[in-house]
Every structure is written in C-alpha cells, then in structure tokens.
Design a protein around this ligand. Structure first.
Ligand SMILES: *Cc1c(COP(=O)(O)O)cnc(C)c1O
Length: 423
C-alpha cells in the first residue's frame, strides 16, 4: 500500500517491531559490530554474497531506519546517513569528481558547500564553475567533463528558488546529473526534487529533519535515475578487487554504493546511532512543524514589510520576490521557514539583533526556536565582498529562521527590537 507523506514520516523504514523486546520505538543499536553465525557466514557477508550487518562504520540498524525513511519521503532508490550535512555533500561530490572534471554550482551556495568546492575539489584538480542558477547559465557552463550541477531548493539568504525541472533538463542535455541540496525543502515536505528531475539529494538533517537544534547529521538520497555508464564516470564501471564495479553490484543504486564506499567505509563520516534516533524523532512531526513555521514565516514577512525601519523583505512567499512565480510551481505547502529583511544599514541590523529578547542570535536554522543572524558578518563573512553581493547578501540584512512560538509573541519581540533602532 502506498502511504502518504504524513504516514511515511512516522512509519517508513521500520518494517518490524524489534523481535526480542517488542520495543515500539526504533531502538538505539549502540554497538560497534555484529556477531556472525559462523565463519562461512562471515565470509559470505564480506564477499557481499549475502546482506547482513558487519560493522557500524558502514551500517547500523538505527541508521538504516533513518535512511529508509528519508528515501521514502524523497521518493529515492536508496539513502545514506552521515555525521553531518557537510559529510553528505562531501561524499556526493567525491563520488562524482575526478581530476580534469568540473562541477557547475549555483553562485548562491551554502558557505560550507563553497568550502568543499574550493578546499577539496579544486586542489585535487576538479574545477568548480559558479553561475546563476538559471537553465541558460548552466547550459553555457556545461561541457563534456561536467560531472554534476549543484543547486539548492531555496538559496540562503536571498530566497532564490531555481526552476528545478528546467534545470534538470539543462543538466541532462549536457550529460550531467542534477544534484540538489534540499535542506530548505524540509525533508521533502516542501519539495521533492527527485520528482522534478533531480538525480540525487542531500539534506543537513541538523535543520528541519531534526527540528530542535539538538544534533548534527546529514543524509544523501540516490534517486536511482541517472545513467552512470555513459563513459563520463569511469569510476562507476571500474572493477574492484573482487572484479565487480559499482554498476555491476548495485545497478541503479550505484551512486549510493560508491558514496557508501568512499564516505562511510573509507572516510568514516558515520552518523552515531543516537543522532539517527534523534533524526527519527524529528521526522515523526516534520510536516506539522514545517507547516507551522512556514505559515508564521509568511505572516511575519507580510507584517515586516509594513513596519517603519524595514527597507525590504526577502521571502519567496511574497509576490514582490523575484522567485515568487517559480516558487509556486517548485514548492508545495509553503515557501520555507526562513525570511530575510533589510534595515537601513549595518549598524541598524546589529542594533535589531541585540534588542531581540525572544529570538536567539545563533548560526543555525530549522530549530523549534526562532533564530536571527546578520549573514554579512557571520555565515557569509568568509566570502569576498563581491561574492557576498552576488549571493544576494547585504550588510543591512537580517536572516530569520522562524520557529514554532506564538506568532503574536514573535511580532511583539520584533516590534520592540525595531523600536530600539537608532534614529
Ligand atoms: C546547514 C547546511 C548544510 C550543512 O549541514 P551541517 O549539518 O551543518 O553539516 C548544508 N547545506 C545547507 C543548505 C545548510 O543549511
């Protein structure tokens, strides 16, 4: 039976209630390794002739439920849990990159992904081409050595929403897979990029999947849709020590197999089962929390736009936002839980932040608590001034990740902080 999102977020991946204890909740399997029936069983598992648990760097039953649940929510063929969103991104990029290749990325990119591109890919000989997230710019940047196009569902803090299906077409016409950081698509509740033509998705589960600001985690979802046998990805077709390539042993899940081999088996960027359990707790209420935050974000954006001292509000849910029409097609249920607004200048932005009482000043998003920050001097401070402006960041900008508090209380907090701005 095909269950809907709200059912899958509670049940998917937990096929059976655990046999010995009958624990209804998914248990935290806090173990490093798993016993073999006998020596033959061990050899069969290591030869990949039979599937079974071996060692928790590469597999764990708690993590397995999280992986299957996110794969179900995103409509993917397989998923892998990682120690952070960064680790999931690194595993995906490493699975595709090679010396002489290039990756085409949106110029409005999460800072950590830029860091991976600049500190990991470029020194190893894989070029990174940052362009506007439009089909025209992406088509122009692609060539015969392009191994991926990397976008974000909703860019931060500009709120740009790329036209995913048009970009999937452009990427595929250029022979490259479309890779989407869907962190802001909130576990698939606002957007399921695989259904719009993307080939792989990553999440920082630290954000809305977890939802309470209590742990760091990432997930990579393999859409199972891309043809890795085209010749552009020789690593997928190269036989391993046992004589079998990723394509031969994993078929349409070859990307997940390679990312698991590199990211978990080789690099050990493994999620702890305790964090996986927290991720599962978060998922059970994902749609309820995200809906509430999106509804409050829209109301707050509309309210802020009418306040003295606020020069501009950036939120894709407002008709004034350049991405509004695209966002209506690409997103469902809402326009995201994050908005940005500009005060008169950098000093006013800081004065606002220091005058809030309810909202926390911190570098995170997707928390049940509303959080505020000045991206110019914090999350985006590592970029050049030109790169910050290209990413839509200005000194007077404040980013708000709207939590689950009472909307009236939030408005009162913001009104008080606006009243404290220098004249
Ligand atoms: C936070 C974030 C990441 C990185 O995730 P971590 O869990 O912090 O490693 C990647 N992409 C986006 C869009 C994010 O917001």
């Amino acid at each position: 039976m095909a269950y809907r999102f709200e059912t899958l977020q509670i049940h998917a991946g937990q096929e059976t209630v655990e046999g010995t204890t009958r624990s209804r909740a998914v248990p935290i399997y806090q173990t490093s390794a798993y016993t073999f029936d006998d020596a033959d069983h061990a050899a069969r598992l290591f030869a990949l002739q039979e599937f079974g648990n071996i060692y928790s760097r590469i597999m764990n039953p708690t993590n397995d439920v999280l992986e299957k649940r996110v794969a179900a929510l995103e409509g993917g063929a397989a998923a892998l849990a990682f120690a952070s969103g960064q680790a999931a991104s690194a595993a995906l990029l490493l699975a595709l990159a090679r010396p002489g290749a290039n990756v085409v990325v949106s110029q409005e990119l999460f800072g950590g992904t830029f860091a991976l591109a600049r500190k990991l890919l470029e020194p190893w000989g894989c070029a990174v081409r940052a362009v506007a997230p439009t089909p025209e710019a992406v088509s122009e940047a692609l060539d015969g050595d392009s191994v991926g196009v990397w976008l974000e569902t909703i860019a931060n803090p500009s709120g740009t929403v790329p036209d995913l299906s048009a970009l999937a077409e452009a990427a595929h016409a250029g022979g490259a897979p479309l890779l989407v950081d869907n962190t802001w698509g909130c576990g698939g509740y606002l957007c399921r990029p695989l259904s719009q033509g993307a080939d792989a998705v990553i999440h920082s589960a630290t954000k809305w999947i977890g939802g309470h600001g209590t742990f760091i985690a990432g997930v990579l979802v393999d859409g199972g849709s891309f043809d890795w046998g085209s010749g552009r990805f020789p690593a997928f077709a190269t036989p391993d020590a046992r004589g079998r390539s990723y394509l031969e042993r994993a078929g349409r899940r070859a990307l997940a197999a390679r990312a698991e081999d590199l990211g978990l088996f080789t690099l050990g960027m493994t999620l702890s089962p305790y964090a996986a359990f927290l991720g599962l707790q978060g998922l059970e209420t994902l749609s309820l929390r995200v809906q509430r935050s999106c509804d409050s974000a829209l109301a707050l954006a509309q309210w802020l736009a009418a306040q003295p001292g606020v020069e501009r509000v950036l939120y894709p849910g407002l008709p004034s936002h350049p991405s509004h029409a695209t966002a209506r097609r690409v997103l469902e249920h809402g326009f995201g839980a994050v908005l940005a607004f500009e005060t008169r200048d950098a000093a006013s932005a800081r004065a606002f932040l220091d005058a809030t009482r309810l909202a926390s000043q911190l570098a995170n998003i997707g928390d049940a608590k509303t959080v505020v920050i000045q991206p110019w001097s914090t999350t985006h401070a590592g970029l050049s001034e030109a790169a910050r402006r290209a990413a839509g960041v200005t000194p007077a900008m404040i980013r708000v990740s709207v939590g689950l508090e009472d909307l009236g209380d939030l408005k009162r907090d913001f009104a008080g902080a606006l009243a404290a701005l220098p004249a």
